[in-house]
Write a protein that binds this ligand. Sequence first.
Ligand code: IMP
Ligand code: MG
Length: 179
Amino acid sequence: MSLDADLLKVCISKEEISEIVSKIAKRINEDYKGRDPLFICLLKGAVPFATDLLKEITIKCKIEYVKVSSYDGIRSTGNLKIESKFPELKGENVIIVDDIIDTGKTLLELKKLVLEKGAKTVSLAILLDKPKGRKYDVYADYIGTIIPNEFVVGYGLDYNEHYRNLPYIGVLKEEIYNN
Ligand code: IMP
Ligand code: MG
């Protein structure tokens, strides 16, 4: 069975994603001209977004990929787990690239860490924003688009590690969760 048969609906098409990504790239190209930013792209969800975005970044820049996750439940809230080697950040103008901001926990913690490690500035470039899910006071400087409080998959976003390879973003059928 094809992957898209599991979707209730497509909410952001390939074409729409492409327009959204171009708009963010254009703003970053203007805002970071002459500042040699360091993009920190978060594995694995941000990979398709980062790949498309970076192809449209025309200024001099550096690129790193890191894997982070945040503990939840009983494992003390707000603890960020860095799962890969972290780049040297002293004096850098960091742009964190991620797929989605929901509760805001991961990105709030990461932003703090990046500044603690000596970055000069830090900003967030996020494809999707779910403001209704927010539990921590964090905002993104570059937001692709705002979505309702629904669980979405595709274009890097997963459900149990599946659906990341869909070229668009959609909402899963409820029966997929309940099975
Ligand atoms: P946070 O709650 O803002 O810290 O988001 C943490 C992570 O939850 C994101 O980077 C995604 O990996 C995941 N996430 C949040 N909402 C969704 C969704 O709708 N689909 C897939 N992953 C999600
Ligand atoms: Mg993620």
